[in-house]
Design a protein. Structure first.
Length: 94
């Protein structure tokens, strides 16, 4: 594993694995809402390409993903896995 998810980070939203580049307006709309609120309200319902966008940002969005039920630790672990896989793919590291 290239990146390790740390248990110490599970309650801290300011960890590198949780960073996603967004336009300023989108970030202001999201504010301090829980992911289960803004992913449904602002992403899924208002963006016909939301699955593609989430894939590009390496955000797990399957039906049991932590984004739908605010399970931050699960989200961190899953996103760490997606980022590791993308690094391996782009660098040919096994």
């Amino acid at each position: 594993m290239i990146i390790k998810s740390s248990i110490k980070c599970e309650n801290n939203p300011m960890v590198i694995i949780n960073i996603c580049f967004l336009p300023k307006k989108s970030n202001q709309i999201i504010g301090y809402k829980n992911p289960s609120e803004y992913f449904v309200d602002k992403v899924k319902e208002s963006n016909i390409h939301y699955e593609e966008d989430l894939e590009h940002h390496l955000i797990p969005y399957h039906k049991d993903s932590g984004i739908w039920n605010n399970t931050f630790k699960k989200f961190l672990i899953e996103r760490t896995g997606l980022i590791n896989e993308k690094i391996k793919e782009l660098t040919n590291i096994d």
